[in-house]
Design a protein around this ligand. Structure first.
Ligand SMILES: [Zn+2]
Length: 321
């Protein structure tokens, strides 16, 4: 069984304490920044409720039929709901739709096949669309003992208040720097690279770990250097855009770019300049969304990079006057 990071363990312990005292609600909302391991905690909690031979402390055994079925993803009393392919099967939908929520309600109305609990996890819950939210609310309003419906969300504010108010809330928080650093080093990263990644990820240990694992920091440095060259006019927007969208990392580059613009803005005292960078930050995020649609990615990114150049060109002119 994998071990939790300290911030995961805190949330897990909190939920276990609620369970031990019979206060664990039917509807739970696990919220907090992406990549802090919300799903792993919810899944372990599900395993805890479904295990047929839990250990003394109530921890799942990992060996019973129920634990095996869960590990294989075929437990009849467990359901994970997320994005499914569209009708044409060409891409994943970007919403969780009403048919999916109807299946959840149906599932929760059945008697558990293994005599224990029934658990449904919806992730990301903020993707449940408007029509499906009403069906979801209905299910949350009619709790049945032993049936659990858990929502995972990095953007809980986007959920209707009626849904939020029906759920017991478990909050994942960014840990203190020392704890994040210790965790990254425990995963085998050097002190220096862990510190650099953590600073770049503004204290987010999950993101820092991802960047350390997939050359993300190198990519980030390259994006930073490209933006500096574009600002000075040393490279063209078109060729840079083609390079940025030339592999699978286009979205990650745009995320780094947006983030670097925000970091630039944070150090400024000129409000007009801060506003321009904030507008560019928004544009970068919109462009990243466009990558998922049919728009030609290189054109959208070229436009963004031209705007970046223009933003800095104006400053250069202003400064020379
Ligand atoms: Zn078990």
């Amino acid at each position: 069984m994998s071990t939790f990071a300290p911030w995961q363990q805190r949330v897990y312990d909190q939920a276990v304490a609620a369970q031990a005292s019979g206060r664990l609600a039917h509807g739970l909302l696990f919220c907090g920044p992406a990549q802090l391991g919300k799903r792993a905690v919810a899944e372990r909690l599900a395993q805890r409720l479904l295990c047929q031979q839990p250990a003394a402390a109530g921890e799942p055994c990992g060996n019973c039929r129920s634990c095996h079925l869960l590990a294989a993803g075929t437990h009849p009393d467990y359901q994970f709901v997320s994005f499914v392919p569209n009708k044409e099967g060409t891409r994943l939908r970007t919403e969780i739709v009403i048919e999916q929520i109807r299946q959840v309600s149906e599932k929760l109305s059945l008697t558990p096949q293994y005599g224990g609990a029934q658990v449904v996890i919806i992730d990301p819950a903020e993707a449940v669309n408007h029509a499906a939210c009403n069906a979801l609310l209905k299910t949350l309003e009619e709790p049945v003992p032993g049936r659990y419906l858990w929502l995972l969300s990095a953007h809980p504010a986007r959920l209707p208040a009626t849904i939020r108010s029906r759920c017991q809330r478990y909050e994942f928080r960014l840990p203190q720097a020392a704890e994040s650093l210790a965790w990254l080093k425990q995963l085998g990263h050097s002190d220096a690279s862990a510190r650099e990644a953590l600073e770049a990820a503004r204290g987010h240990p999950g993101l820092a770990n991802e960047w350390l694992g997939n050359d993300g920091l190198k990519l980030r440095r390259e994006v930073g250097s490209d933006l500096a060259k574009l600002a000075r006019g040393d490279v063209g927007a078109v060729e840079t855009a083609q390079r940025w969208v030339g592999d699978d990392n286009a979205a990650v580059r745009l995320r780094h770019a947006a983030d670097l613009a925000l970091a630039d803005a944070a150090g400024l005292t000129d409000p007009g300049r801060t506003r321009s960078l904030a507008a560019w930050f928004d544009q970068a995020n919109r462009t990243r969304d466009l990558l998922r649609t049919t728009v030609r990615a290189d054109l959208a990114v070229t436009e963004l990079l031209l705007a970046w150049h223009a933003l800095h060109g104006r400053r250069a002119e202003g400064g020379s006057r």
